[in-house]
Design a protein around this ligand. Structure first.
Ligand SMILES: Cc1cc2nc3c(=O)[nH]c(=O)nc-3n(C[C@H](O)[C@H](O)[C@H](O)COP(=O)(O)OP(=O)(O)OC[C@H]3O[C@@H](n4cnc5c(N)ncnc54)[C@H](O)[C@@H]3O)c2cc1C
Length: 510
């Protein structure tokens, strides 16, 4: 074996998605010597290479800094909820942050294995253009999205959801469409909701679903290609009549994201569906008549893969009951969002089942026990529990500390959480703030000569996060404050609990 490079650093970050870059920059800013390994040729992971340009979650700390910096050059739209970024500028800005904070990074470094001695990862082995690279580090942060390092180190890991017999959420490849008239599209969408205002809002199909139902009836498409369809404008110097947008909503099902043949099947399926969906949009949807695919994402839209079992497993109940923790290091105030593993008509499950009613949550007895589309393998029973849009929860530091190995943290979508919980907290802002917490914890451990991740006091990391603009323990502002104070009734639309305000708008739109 050609082993030509050896590094010895304080902190090794594995994976340069948004969680990894956030972890690396944060650890370096705290004085640690940091190396980041990334197998591709740019930073940002799914966000930039997979065209996921709308940022969900509470935008705090390093994420906020990044978005605000992008906005200075017109490369981000700042808004109270779901700010959007321009993916090419965003990846370059992440690279710039790494350089400016003194992080060493290597592209084309494919992490393949680790060596573990006395419960410590003593080396991480990556394949590179120059042969095998060996890295020794006091602490390793796994931000690969698939817990590659943790699995290689024999940390207990989980894949998929128990009620779906281990299947993962459906996957979707992000792609960029040009020549879209969003003005015309928005007018048509608005008109549809005016025309159907007397329909039950819980049963009325969303605009793009309705259009797909028409196309299915005509035999133009075989089935619902995109049951939930968010269209994100790509930021830029466009007019609303002719602009670029991104879509990440055509789904592949029966995903097993730790099986390479299954993942390859998803990629081929996604390429085909992106093109077919574009043909559908051109024919059926006002504003898309001239739409053209400008780029298919280079990274498959895996919503969740392998995740670690850590010192604490974040539960769906924690999210829905708005639980906070002494060692809470990240704020999460969005619903559960497990994109359905098997069903082409139900976009996502935004509820889990509990035998008892859960405080602070939106609970109702199971509505339709025979709904085989939502629960294909068995009716679940009990209460359907949903996140209350007026509340938010915290993620404790312990979810980022791997069990069984003393010097390993994880952040981003490979955190320790149950399946529905990861389906929620994996979003961009939350992943970045998890990365920030892991970066702080690793640097803190190095600076204080702490040998074991479990011995890092999570309350200290919480304090560091607060000092770095993560408003833990404070009342939230903006979209979240507005939701908390909104008057109206709770309804369930697209399986998500929302408040229907007295003005007819929902809390999701607030
Ligand atoms: C279809 C889809 C739609 C979504 N929609 C939204 C949305 O609207 N809003 C929102 O906020 N979030 C959304 N998300 C979620 C969010 O984008 C991701 O969960 C989040 O970006 C994950 O970031 P990450 O850094 O943990 O992982 P990733 O972005 O996957 O980063 C992992 C990085 O590790 C690298 N890597 C992997 N293996 C190795 C290896 N062996 N060696 C070296 N490097 C490696 C990868 O190349 C990658 O760069 C969506 C996700 C998907 C898939």
């Amino acid at each position: 074996m050609n082993v030509n490079t050896k590094y010895n650093v304080d902190v090794l970050v594995c994976g340069g998605g948004v969680a990894g870059v956030s972890a690396a920059v944060t650890a370096a800013r705290q004085g640690a010597r940091v190396l980041l390994l990334e197998k591709r040729e740019s930073m940002g992971g799914i966000v930039t290479n997979g065209y996921i340009t709308g940022i969900a979650g509470h935008v705090d700390g390093f994420c906020k800094e990044w978005v605000e910096k992008l906005a200075e050059t017109g490369d981000a739209i700042i808004r109270p909820h779901l700010p959007a970024i321009e993916p090419e500028a965003a990846k370059l800005m992440l690279e710039r942050y790494l350089i400016q904070s003194g992080v060493r990074f290597i592209y084309g470094a494919h992490i393949a294995d680790v060596t573990v001695e006395d419960n410590r990862i003593t080396q991480v082995i990556a394949y590179t253009v120059g042969g095998m690279m060996i890295v020794r580090a006091n602490y390793v942060i796994d931000c690969t999205g698939d817990a590659i390092v943790a699995a290689a180190a024999d940390v207990p890991c989980e894949v998929g959801g128990f009620e779906f017999l281990g299947l993962n959420e459906s996957s979707s490849l992000g792609f960029r469409l040009g020549y879209v008239n969003m003005k015309e599209y928005k007018e048509a969408e608005k008109q549809y909701y005016i025309d159907t205002k007397d329909q039950d809002p819980e049963k009325r199909p969303m605009f793009l679903q309705y259009k797909q139902l028409q196309a299915i009836e005509d035999g133009f498409i075989p089935e619902m290609l995109a049951p939930g369809s968010l269209i994100y404008p790509i930021v830029g110097d466009f007019s609303e009549e002719c602009m670029d947008v991104n879509l990440d909503c055509t789904n592949s099902y029966y995903c097993e994201n730790d099986n390479p043949e299954n993942v390859t099947r998803q990629i081929v399926d996604q390429h085909r569906k992106a093109m077919l969906f574009t043909q559908f949009l051109r024919k059926y949807v006002p504003g898309f008549e001239k739409a053209k695919v400008e780029h298919l994402g280079d990274q498959i839209g895996t919503r969740e893969g392998r995740r670690i079992v850590g010192e604490y497993v974040l539960t769906s109940e924690d999210i829905c009951s708005a639980r906070t923790f002494e060692d809470g290091v990240v704020i999460y105030g969005e619903p559960l969002d497990s994109h359905h593993p098997t069903c082409v008509t139900e976009c996502a499950m935004r509820h889990y089942h509990s035998p008892y009613e859960v405080d602070n949550a939106i609970c109702r007895p199971e509505q339709d026990a025979d709904n085989i589309k939502m629960h294909p393998f068995a009716p679940m029973g009990g209460y359907e529990v949903r996140q209350n849009p007026r509340t938010f929860c915290e993620i404790p530091m312990r979810c980022l500390i791997a069990k069984g190995v003393d010097n390993l943290f994880a952040a981003g979508r490979d955190l320790s959480a149950d399946w529905h919980a990861v389906g929620g907290v994996r979003v961009i802002a939350t992943s970045m703030t998890m990365g920030q917490a892991a970066g702080n914890a690793a640097a803190y451990a190095v600076a204080n000569a702490i040998d074991c991740a479990r011995d890092v006091d999570g309350k200290e990391i919480r304090k560091m996060q607060i000092e770095q603009d993560v408003p833990l323990g404070k009342p939230l502002e903006g979209y979240w404050k507005k939701n908390a104070e909104m008057e109206g009734t709770t309804i369930v639309v697209a399986d998500m609990a929302m408040i229907l305000g007295n003005d007819g708008r929902t809390s999701f739109e607030a």
